[in-house]
Ligand binder design. Structure first.
Ligand code: ZN
Length: 240
């Protein structure tokens, strides 16, 4: 089975369409989503409709918890706060209900899904160091954990020690546990503006990151037209 894992779409419909088109061509069997479907971008309802149709599991991100008032937006940077207030005004009651149904963590036999970290998922901490990864590995009951949140594709690999890898392929094997950051569909921050998506091949026991270019200018125009902060448009061209 080939399983696609996507994250941090951030209401960027152009990026989501490009990624879903790529996954159609690849013929993946399942698509899982790690949250932050909304926030920052101009097309929250459109993106919610598409993940609802397409993804068989969706876990909640910090932007969903902010929208639902489960997370204090005083902790958000001013841009995220402004985008949260704008996004709240765009959503229907029914869309709020849909988001409210998303769990923080999802476990299967071979993997767990969480937006930020496994140790305290409701705090949405970032896994950026091997120590951060250690705290989540302590909670991990299966070989794999897929995460998003930092918008930077990376893997933490645990054998007897924890290693950090930015290779675009990971071969899995007995005795290895891995935390896989799939990167961001709608707002990459690793200097590459192309959308990031992971495909997990359960037969080959292999994980591959793919980068999918999309029409950045089209979404930049929409961001400006709906009065969201200019920087949210500018950053997409640079992937920062
Ligand atoms: Zn995010």
């Amino acid at each position: 089975m080939r399983i696609a894992v996507i994250s941090d779409i951030h209401a960027n419909e152009e990026a989501l369409d490009a990624v879903l088109g790529f996954l159609d061509a690849e013929g993946v069997d399942r698509t899982l989503c790690l949250g932050d479907v909304i926030g920052y971008g101009p097309a929250p309802s459109q993106c919610l409709a598409k993940v609802r149709e397409r993804c068989d599991v969706i876990v909640a991100g910090n932007h969903e918890h902010a929208i639902l008032d489960l997370l204090d937006i005083d902790y958000f940077n001013p841009l995220a706060r402004q985008a949260t207030v704008w996004t709240r005004g765009q959503l229907s009651e029914e869309e709020f209900e849909f988001i409210r149904g998303w769990p923080l963590v999802h476990h299967e036999e071979q993997f767990s899904l969480v937006h930020g970290s496994l140790d305290q998922p409701d705090l949405f901490d970032y896994i950026q160091t091997t120590w951060d990864a250690h705290l989540s590995f302590q909670q991990l009951q299966s070989p794999l954990c897929f995460i998003g949140h930092s918008h930077v594709p990376v893997a933490f690999l645990l054998t007897d020690v924890i290693r950090y890898s930015t290779d675009d392929t990971i071969e899995l094997h007995e005795g290895l546990q891995a935390i896989i950051n799939v990167g961001s569909v709608g707002q990459p921050r690793d200097g590459n503006p192309a959308s990031s998506v992971v495909i997990y091949d359960t037969q080959k026991q292999r994980i591959d990151w793919h980068r999918i270019p999309y029409d950045v200018e089209a979404v930049q125009k929409k961001i400006r037209d709906c009065g969201l902060p200019e920087f949210l448009a500018d950053r997409l061209a640079e992937g920062r």
